[in-house]
Design a protein around this ligand. Structure first.
Ligand code: 9D3
Length: 255
């Protein structure tokens, strides 16, 4: 899988991809990242990549030429790849979109904008426009890294052990369960006894129940299409919570 990134801040990308899962995947040759510094693709003698907006208004707009030239270079060298523009106006990025992009196989081209935006004629050069969520960032670099990170985790062998990938996909649809490590007691706070019991069936059930508890608390919108096993656990959880509410011993709930 090859990621080609167009940006005016190559150092921002370089810095992140050295480390962790992404860094390891690149070392192993599972994936490849190539960065195109847009300032190398402008004919302007001051390497200017932006200009004032037609129609007036605040801020600057990125010119189309550096994007056009960099993409021409990419397309000349290699087989056509999906070209994705990171933009607040794009469709929302999800785990499902990450899987779709992975299935593109060869790789993707990611275009990062800065300033108030990019000359809209960029739309003639792209296949998709993607946003990572409803908040305002300063540019497309963090979103590009988010996308690369999430896709790489899906490639078999990219994570330290394949069990982590299995775990990611098993937990699909619910939030994670709580984790603990040594010591078994810290300032009076004890690790739940069940995790030390060695009873693997009981541990699995406890984890699923706590995963459902987190989901009910933080993301009740995710609780749909549950299996009959999960429904049983959730019902039990709800009646425990109801009992505590009636006793007045439960923390306030927001559902
Ligand atoms: C009202 C004007 N702003 C649009 C929301 C201007 C503007 C703000 C921030 C234009 C560009 C940006 C930079 N953001 C991105 O390039 C971006 C982004 C984001 O801000 N949030 C979520 N996903 C993405 S993907 C690219």
């Amino acid at each position: 899988m090859k990621f080609e990134i167009l940006t005016i801040f190559p150092e921002v990308i370089e810095c992140y991809i050295k480390h962790g899962v992404v860094g390891k995947a690149l070392e192993k040759g599972i994936a490849e990242v190539k960065i195109y510094n847009l300032r190398n693709y402008t004919r302007d003698k001051h390497k200017k990549v932006d200009d004032y907006p037609y129609g007036g208004g605040v801020g600057m707009v990125m010119q189309i030429e550096p994007f056009y030239n960099a993409l021409k270079q990419i397309k000349k060298d290699r087989k056509p790849r999906k070209v994705i523009l990171l933009s607040p106006q794009g469709k929302r990025f999800t785990q499902g979109v990450a899987k779709d992009f992975l299935e593109e196989g060869k790789g993707i081209v990611l275009i990062c904008g800065r300033y108030e935006g990019i000359d809209d004629r960029i739309k003639t050069l792209i296949d998709e426009e993607i946003s990572i969520g409803d908040y305002v960032l300063s540019g497309g670099e963090l979103p590009a890294l988010v996308i690369i990170d999430s896709i790489l985790r899906l490639i078999p062998g990219a994570l330290g052990d394949d069990l982590s990938a299995k775990e990611d996909s098993f937990m699909k649809g619910v939030l994670d369960y709580p984790h603990y490590t040594r010591p078994d007691e810290f300032k009076g706070m004890r690790v739940p006894e069940v995790l030390i019991s060695g009873d693997h069936k009981k541990i699995a059930l406890w984890r699923r129940k706590e995963a459902l508890r987190s989901t009910l608390n933080s993301r009740p919108d995710l609780l749909k299409n549950l299996s009959t096993d999960d429904m049983k656990i959730l019902k039990e959880l709800c009646s425990e919570i109801n009992k505590k509410i009636l006793e007045g011993s439960h923390e306030p709930v927001n559902y």
